[in-house]
Ligand binder design. Structure first.
Ligand SMILES: Nc1ncnc2c1ncn2[C@@H]1O[C@H](COP(=O)(O)OP(=O)(O)OP(=O)(O)O)[C@@H](O)[C@H]1O
Ligand SMILES: [Mg+2]
Length: 244
């Protein structure tokens, strides 16, 4: 394959036989996964199934991934967690700029804050922000680094339902503008199918379901075709919607 073609088709993330055990207990059991550049992927799975472990491995935060696993990920990777992890002793803009230099850094930080709807809050302290605002600041901190890969571990899990829906719209808009590859860990089947173009379910240490969600954006939660995806995913997770 010509180098140019190879570059175009090379996945952003490639995992091959990725394995991770804790104290002899295997959590990730030879995971094979390619994520093409620019794809928006959601990862579902029961609590304890290994979603965060997988995300940490892809982020390069886990140096003890073992087995015959191979992992390749791009250089510019940003991670967003359930809590914003803003430093409480720094104002919002310096938090966004943390570790960033270059003379246009401040302008880029301000632009990123404006993109997430926080223009004017640059000098606020983290404890003056609501939960949703803090998560938006965390998104700005990620975006300002122009990541090729955005990893998010339940980034909206601690937010109320209404704020969460607003954050879904925002994240999708940001993705459309910047086009990073995304791996979003979530417990929420609706969040997965409304945002992602591909939904994975982690079970028994492997990718048990790999579903392409072929519906146009913006998506409505009321789209009956999304209901079919929801049912398939809930069934894979062993959940039935009827409450007896
Ligand atoms: N550092 C660690 N030491 C020992 N066991 C660990 C460690 N990190 C994770 N585990 C175990 O690995 C398994 C998977 O954990 P992980 O945090 O990846 O699950 P998860 O799918 O993200 O769950 P949740 O949805 O509750 O966040 C769990 O059984 C957990 O106890
Ligand atoms: Mg987790």
């Amino acid at each position: 394959m010509a180098p140019h073609t190879e570059q175009l088709t090379r996945p952003a993330v490639r995992l091959s036989g990725l394995t991770r055990s804790f104290d002899g207990r295997t959590v990730l059991d030879g995971i094979d996964l390619d994520i093409p550049a620019g794809q928006f992927v959601a990862l579902l799975g029961h609590s304890g199934s290994g979603k965060s472990t997988l995300l940490r491995a892809v982020a390069g935060l886990d140096h003890e991934v073992t087995g015959s696993g191979q992992l390749s990920a791009p250089e510019r990777v940003s991670v967003v967690f359930q809590d914003s992890r803003l430093l409480p002793w720094r104002r919002v803009l310096p938090n966004v700029l943390l570790g960033l230099d270059g003379k246009d850094a401040e302008a880029r930080g301000r632009a990123a804050l404006a993109e997430v709807g926080l223009a004017g809050r640059e000098r606020a302290w983290p404890n003056e922000l609501s939960g949703g605002e803090a998560q938006r600041a965390a998104l700005a901190r990620s975006l300002v680094r122009e990541p090729e890969l955005l990893l998010a571990d339940e980034p909206f899990g601690a937010l109320d339902a209404l704020t969460r829906i607003r954050m879904h719209t925002l994240l999708r808009e940001l993705w459309e503008h910047h086009r990073p590859s995304v791996l979003l860990v979530t417990h929420d089947v609706d969040e997965a199918i409304v945002l992602a173009d591909r939904v994975l379910v982690l079970e028994h240490g492997r990718i048990g379901v790999d579903l392409t969600v072929d519906r146009p954006h913006p998506r409505s939660y009321r789209d009956p075709l999304l209901g079919e995806y929801r049912e398939r995913l809930l069934a894979a997770l062993g959940v039935t919607e009827d409450i007896a």
